[in-house]
Design a protein around this ligand. Structure first.
Ligand SMILES: *[C@@H]1O[C@H](CO)[C@@H](O)[C@H](O)[C@H]1NC(C)=O
Ligand SMILES: *[C@@H]1O[C@H](CO)[C@@H](O)[C@H](O)[C@H]1NC(C)=O
Ligand SMILES: *[C@@H]1O[C@H](CO)[C@@H](O)[C@H](O)[C@H]1NC(C)=O
Ligand SMILES: *[C@@H]1O[C@H](CO)[C@@H](O)[C@H](O)[C@H]1NC(C)=O
Ligand SMILES: *[C@@H]1O[C@H](CO)[C@@H](O)[C@H](O)[C@H]1NC(C)=O
Ligand SMILES: *[C@@H]1O[C@H](CO)[C@@H](O)[C@H](O)[C@H]1NC(C)=O
Length: 935
């Protein structure tokens, strides 16, 4: 009954709403005047507002609009009617609408409706409209368009007709030519079987931008492009025919665009191939205007790799104003040498070339890359079959040894050296680089007569400045060394699965290279040294899984300002025990931004950054640093990121250094703050760390307020996200806790005779009552979080507390069953106690680092004082930290009246497990216990 009634009510309500709906639709309230976006605001001449009627399920265009209230004012520059159910634009809709002045509208959005009819006077009054979006409708050319429907749009510049049905463009020109100022046309040729051409009337339109490309919602179909297609488009500057399924192009099809086109995008036409590209460009031979060409993905995916031949580049070669060429994702494996030598087929004007996502492999062309002298930016990232074109380059010096050498010859003494040589190609290479580098450094043999060949460290020690090795490319140099185009400044070569060591190398012709990105490869170890890149400013070697950097690797990079080593495994390389770490950055005097995030270090060599006197930013986030011993020598340091490490506070020296920086001239003139980011560290708010907290409050150094999320105060998490909370914490420590501590220490040290007597008398009772708590605080301070990071706080699943008599039960049954079968990890006194540490401290440590404490209680347990200690400590911990951590197992029948009171209370609140009498129940018992521990 009740149910029916409420149903009835709902139905009535729905009806009521529906009944009102039509009148709402045309009333003023469906639209809301809103603020213009920043961009639109500028485009509207810094005035006006947007009338938003989008997404309201309107069936008709409103006949009245709300009047904007301040701060909105001025013209309704944007009228947004998109995303509704409108199917017809009636005559004079916009002139007759109330409270909107049609001549003020500059942008009209009617996209995403069901439009199928534009009446002949539909757009009357929109004399200042600049942009009309009619995309995603059901418009069918020509049926949906009344003749001369566009005539009133005398100021329209761009019209968007994408995602409607255009089986042909015939007659389109006659209509569009009525829009005198039309510059941009967005349209989708949608019929796969038809040919499209822009008719003679387009001669009367100075169309500059033509967007035909496919969008995610609708396909561009332009199978054939012939001489008629673009014949009448004589003003086009930008043409986009991306993903248009182009199959055939005639050689003169693009010729009409020859003297006007600036940007051409024919990407994604995978049947076109480079032959087709050449055909497209035939019409643009010697084009004086084309600056940017996109030919990404013009090969069928899943096909064999391809070679770029001179024929492919024939027309491209003549584009003497081409500046940018994008050739990504084309399966290019090699370039035919003739494309580069003796004459490069890329036009000399070309400065940006991208070949990302191809399959570049080693080939002879590598020797001639330097010929493309004018290229400044090169992107060869994402070569997904990672053959490094610069590796295996000793093709002319490597003896070719067949693997089926007759056995007799293998033993032949004469042949042996050959085999040895083969295995040590690197040696040959290194010696070669050594000789060549010395020759380029103009160092005579005399000067190095005491040095071993290949002792780069000694060389560096004696001739530090000589490490800029200048070497110019020519064909003979290029055959022996790596040669880069002379003006190259920007190289991206990431995500290409480049693998193996970075050996000693000399890169010639690289004197302008400023930026090199080799991230996300598998380069390791980095042996070096690397010569020739001494002008490099920015080097990205992140995510290479590098495990070892040699002492000399960075010596040749003396102008580096930014280095990113994120995501390598440099624990050992930077470890204090590795003496090389103190020297390796010795030549990095210009370094400003050093990123050492997630490099798996826990301890850094103190001299690692000694030379970096200009260091400004250091990122050490996401490591395991627990002890800070790094020296910072920079006089302009202001950004330290140590997010997610294991620091409990900052050391004094570092705080002093940061203060000094905050006052330094360099920072002052820059008007910046010295900032430390240190969230996700197991910060302690104990008395020992009081100076640190006081420093945060008083120092001008910005310890990013939200960066410190919490700290541990006597085992409790204390939120300190705001400045205010930090202030309160310092007050608490200063005025309460840290005073408390001395009091407690005294109390414990009550054995001291003189004071002892007095204290014992006055405080004795209180102390005795609180003795467990006090002992706990005593031992757990200093223990907690010093050794373990916060996330590894619990290194054991459970501590097992038991009486001596149960030792064999633990060893023979509990451990094998639970540790091995249930993958639990226990702390067991007889096994895990640290030697040389007091029993009490061991127990406290065990309780702090275990998630649960399992008490195996029998009569012996109850009479053992250490067991009593365990029990009480566990109780304190569970109360202090509000952890539900105690599991009691009654190992035998116990007289309840013999139990101590706190224990009885525990049994009452926590309950207990009982050890079974019957052998067959033991398995169940163990499973239950394991569940309890895991819970
Ligand atoms: C106009 O239509 C296009 C579809 O081509 C859409 O992506 C775009 O967001 C619309 N423009 C505006 C300004 O609403
Ligand atoms: C393509 O256009 C022709 C007429 O030009 C028409 O008969 C045919 O149905 C259209 N095809 C599609 C898929 O719309
Ligand atoms: C393109 O224009 C240039 C300069 O006007 C001219 O030399 C060249 O022959 C034209 N190309 C074609 C294919 O007509
Ligand atoms: C360093 O490299 C990582 C990984 O490639 C990247 O996420 C990060 O933004 C880079 N940092 C800087 C400062 O370049
Ligand atoms: C790095 O590699 C070199 C050469 O193999 C080796 O001598 C050195 O001990 C390694 N260093 C580290 C930290 O592993
Ligand atoms: C520097 O810190 C002060 C106080 O925390 C802040 O008001 C100011 O905006 C900061 N300046 C810069 C440049 O971040």
């Amino acid at each position: 009954m009740c149910m029916e009634l409420s149903m009835y009510k709902v139905v009535v309500e729905v009806f009521a709403v529906c009944a009102v709906l039509p009148s709402i639709l045309v009333s003023a309230h469906v639209c809301t005047p809103s603020k213009l976006s920043d961009k639109a605001f500028d485009q509207c001449g810094q005035t006006g507002f947007a009338m938003k009627c989008n997404g309201r399920r309107l069936d008709n265009i409103p006949s009245a609009y709300p009047i904007p209230s301040p701060p909105l004012s001025g013209p309704a520059c944007v009228l947004d009617l998109s995303d509704n159910n409108i199917s017809v634009v009636e005559n004079k809709t916009f002139t007759e609408a109330k409270h909107i002045n049609s001549t003020e509208i500059s942008y009209l959005y009617l996209n995403k409706n069901h439009l199928n009819c534009l009446k002949s006077e539909a757009f009357v009054g929109l004399s200042n409209l600049k942009y009309l979006n009619l995309s995603h409708n059901n418009l069918l050319w020509k049926d949906s368009f009344a003749p001369e429907v566009f005539a009133p749009l005398i100021n329209l510049e761009n019209i968007n007709l994408k995602c409607n049905t255009f089986d042909t463009f015939d007659g389109l020109g006659q209509e569009l030519m009525l829009i005198k100022r039309l510059e941009g046309l967005f349209i989708t040729p949608s019929n796969y079987t038809n040919r499209y051409s822009f008719g003679e009337s387009f001669l009367n339109i100075s169309l500059k931008y033509l967007y035909l490309s496919s969008t995610p919602e609708c396909d561009c179909n332009l199978k054939e492009i012939d001489n008629n297609s673009f014949r009448n488009l004589s003003h086009i500057e930008r043409l986009y025919v991306k993903d248009c399924h182009i199959e055939n192009v005639t050689e003169e099809a693009f010729k009409p665009l020859n003297e006007t086109i600036k940007v051409l995008d024919i990407s994604g036409n995978s049947n076109l191939t480079f032959k087709g590209m050449n055909k497209v460009l035939k019409g643009l031979i010697n084009s004086p205007t084309l600056k940017e060409l996109n030919v990404n993905r013009i090969h069928v995916p899943y096909n064999i790799g391809i070679e770029i031949t001179p024929d492919d580049l024939q027309s491209l070669n003549t584009l003497h104003n081409l500046e940018k060429l994008f050739m990504d994702l084309n399966k290019i494996e090699v370039f035919n040498v003739d494309t580069l030598y003796p004459k490069v087929m890329f036009p000399p004007s070309l400065t940006l070339l991208t070949l990302a996502g191809n399959r570049l492999t080693f080939g002879k062309y590598v020797d001639y890359l330097f010929m493309a002298r004018n290229i400044k930016t090169l992107d060869i990232s994402r070569q997904f079959l990672g053959y490094d074109p610069f590796r295996f380059r000793k093709h002319n010096t490597l003896p070719h040894i067949s693997s089926e050498t007759p056995s007799a010859k293998v033993c032949d003494a004469k042949n042996k050296p050959v085999h040895v040589r083969k295995e040590s190609v690197v040696d040959i290479n290194e010696g070669y680089i050594w000789d060549f580098a010395l020759q380029k450094m103009l160092i005579s043999n005399d000067e190095i007569k005491n040095m071993t060949r290949g002792d780069w460290a000694a060389l560096f020690a004696n001739f530090q400045n000589a490490f800029d090795v200048n070497c110019t490319c020519n064909v003979s140099v290029a055959r022996q060394l790596i040669c880069l185009p002379e003006h190259l400044s920007h190289i991206q070569w990431s995500r290409s699965y480049l693998y193996g060591a970075i050996p000693p190398v000399l890169i010639c012709g690289a004197k302008h290279v400023k930026f090199l990105d080799l991230s996300y490869n598998l380069l390791s170890p980095w042996t070096g040294p690397v010569f020739g890149l001494h002008r490099l400013k920015k080097l990205d070697l992140s995510e290479n899984y590098c495990t070892n950097i040699s002492k000399v690797f960075f010596f040749g990079f003396q102008n580096l300002e930014a280095l990113n080593l994120t995501g390598n495994m440099l624990e050992e390389t930077f470890h204090p025990n590795n003496a090389d770490a103190g020297v390796m950055f010795g030549n990095q005097k210009k370094m400003k931004n050093l990123t050492l995030s997630a490099i798996n270090v826990s301890n850094l060599h103190q001299d690692l950054l000694n030379s970096m006197v200009k260091l400004e930013r250091l990122d050490l986030s996401y490591n395991h640093i627990h002890k800070w011993n790094l020296n910072l020598k920079s006089y302009c340091f202001h950004h330290l990121d140590i997010t997610s490490n294991r620091l409990s506070s900052l050391p004094k020296d570092l705080m002093a250094y940061l203060d000094q920086m905050a006052e330094s001239k360099c920072i002052k003139t820059k008007r910046i703050n010295v900032t430390v980011y240190m969230s996700q560290n197991p910060l302690e708010c104990s008395c020992e760390q009081l100076p640190f907290w006081q420093w945060i409050v008083t120092s001008t150094v910005n310890v990013h307020p939200r960066a410190i999320d919490s700290c541990m105060l006597n085992g409790k998490v204390k939120q300190i996200t705001t400045d205010d909370e930090v202030h309160k914490l310092v007050k608490l420590l200063e005025n309460d806790i840290c005073i408390d501590r001395t009091w407690r220490t005294w109390a414990i040290a009550g054995g001291s005779l003189l004071i002892g007597v007095i204290v014992t008398i006055t405080l004795g009772t209180a102390t005795y009552k609180n003795r467990w708590k006090i002992r706990y605080v005593m031992y757990s301070r200093g223990r907690r979080y010093r050794h373990e990071g916060f996330e590894h706080m619990f290194s054991h699943d459970a501590m097992i507390s038991y009486s001596k008599g149960r030792a064999s039960f633990i060893k023979n049954l509990l451990v094998p069953s639970l540790e091995q079968r249930h993958q639990l990890d226990f702390w067991i006194a007889d096994r895990n106690s640290q030697a040389g540490v007091s029993v009490a401290e061991n127990i406290t440590h065990a309780i702090c680092t275990s998630r649960k404490v399992v008490l195996l209680v029998d009569n012996e347990y109850l009479s053992d004082s250490w067991c009593d200690y365990d029990l009480n400590m566990a109780l304190v911990e569970s109360v202090e930290t509000k952890r539900n951590m105690i599991i009691v197992v009654l190992m035998e029948q116990i007289q309840m009246n013999t139990l101590p009171v706190p224990f009885l209370r525990l049994l009452k609140t926590e309950g207990s497990l009982e050890y079974p009498d019957q052998q067959q129940d033991i398995e169940t018992f163990l499973t239950n216990l394991a569940e309890e521990i895991k819970s």
